[in-house]
Design a protein around this ligand. Structure first.
Ligand code: RBZ
Ligand code: NIO
Length: 399
């Protein structure tokens, strides 16, 4: 077991303190501020709601634009990848970790574009990775979930603990918004199993094309999900039991990370189906965590829509994306920044000397004589002769 989890009782890793929601009173202040900004009421739509959410999370209105957005990519392999459920081989996972470190992956580009920085954590890559990313490694690949448990009880606890410790490190280091990303060939299969187990869905409802499997791959993947679901039945809806039997170390770490972020009152932008599966488990571990998350996007993977419905989260973007790595969340992050800056930087009607239609603070109304109505009801106009129809139906052609 990695040193960071030494001394931690196995059964405590998945125990979280009660999650307190973002500050509703501040959210209301943000809504009230929106009404004073120089724009018609409600005209910035969802942007207004997102800005109020950021304010409620930060407990301050106007909210502060993010200064340290951080994405943590949780990497891990999955035994089930050997069963032909992915369009790519497992070795790609370690190769992509090297690509992340070299700055060449989508996550690097999208993070830079959104003003975020990237951390990579090897939780269960099959094979060696750079020492700087392997501090929290739990094992080399998780088990073949259609015939064995993904993890032992100790490994499950170590993985959840790893995610919690990583969230703590990032928040203590000043992160003010977090993103979890995934990298692991085969990981959409355990994700689908967890989502099906927690929502009572059928394998065919949760199976997706992942990296782009063909129809034969789809059949193999559906069978793998079915078999893993059958094995997972013994643990019911127990979240830690599900991570152990049908999840994997990387997904367990993500679940710990997402719940710990909520426990530490730090907002999170969720990504696609893999992070979504971890989020569903995290919500079971620490109910109420979902209030600290915004759904960055809707992934193409069908199971992701099931997650969004289950957690009652409305995605910011629906871009037809299906990559993972945190890519959808990072594409949405600038929208959150824009929403925050609207509340922080726009002028109010009073500041800008723009006439508002808000009379709630207008004391002159009490002393004024009845004002002249600006618009009067028009006199009723008598019905004119019915106009002839503009277009008439042509008579049938006599052929
Ligand atoms: C080059 C490459 C980069 C990726 N980055 C994320 N994924 C994503 O695709 C994989 C999940 O799909 P499946 O379950 O079908 O294997 C995971 O590695 C996920 O992170 C990638 C996949 C590949 C091939
Ligand atoms: O939705 C995702 O995050 C996703 C989809 C396909 C492959 N990997 C990740």
């Amino acid at each position: 077991m990695p040193e960071h989890s030494a001394g931690m009782a196995v059964e405590d890793a998945g125990v979280f303190p009660p999650i307190t929601p973002p500050d509703d009173e501040v959210r209301e202040r943000a809504v009230a501020r929106h009404a004073q900004l120089t724009k018609p009421q409600g005209s910035l739509g969802r942007l207004e709601e997102l800005g109020a959410w950021v304010a409620a999370c930060q407990g301050v209105c106007p909210p502060k634009p993010f200064e340290r957005a951080r994405v943590v990519v949780f990497a891990g392999d999955h035994g089930i990848a050997t069963q032909g459920v992915s369009a790519y081989p497992s070795e790609v996972t370690a190769q992509m970790v090297a690509n992340f470190l070299a700055g060449g992956a989508a996550v690097n580009v999208l993070a830079a574009a959104a003003g975020a920085t990237v951390r990579v954590a090897d939780i269960a890559v099959a094979g060696e990775t750079a020492p700087m990313v392997s501090k929290y490694k739990v094992r080399n690949g998780s088990g073949l979930i259609d015939r064995e448990d993904a993890l032992s009880a100790e490994e499950t606890a170590a993985a959840i603990r790893a995610g919690r410790d990583i969230a703590d490190e990032e928040i203590d280091g000043g992160a003010d918004v977090l993103v979890a990303g995934d990298m692991g060939i085969g990981n959409t299969t355990p994700s689908a199993v967890l989502i099906a187990a927690l929502t009572g869905s059928e394998p065919v409802a949760v199976v997706g094309r992942g990296t782009g499997i063909d129809d034969q791959g789809w059949i193999r993947k559906t069978a793998a999900i079915r078999d893993a679901l059958r094995r997972a039945r013994k643990v019911g809806a127990d979240p830690v039991g599900l991570l152990r039997t049908a999840g994997g170390a990387d997904i367990a770490a993500m679940a710990g990370f997402l719940a710990q972020a909520a426990a530490r009152r730090t907002p999170v932008v969720l990504d696609g189906v893999v992070v979504g599966a971890a989020a569903m488990v995290a919500e079971e571990l620490a109910p109420g965590s979902r209030e600290w998350w915004v759904a960055g996007h809707r992934s193409v993977e069908p199971a992701h829509t099931i997650v969004l419905d289950h957690l009652d989260l409305k995605p910011v973007l629906d871009f037809g994306m299906r990559l993972g790595e945190g890519s959808g969340a990072l594409t949405a992050l600038p929208v959150l920044t824009a929403a925050t800056k609207i509340l922080a930087e726009m002028a109010t009607f009073a500041d800008a000397g723009v006439t508002s239609n808000d009379t709630s603070n207008d004391t002159s109304a009490e002393t004024a004589v009845t004002p002249e109505p600006q618009f009067t009801e028009p006199e009723p106009v008598p019905d004119p002769e019915p106009a002839p129809p503009k277009y008439t139906v042509a008579p049938p052609l006599d052929l």
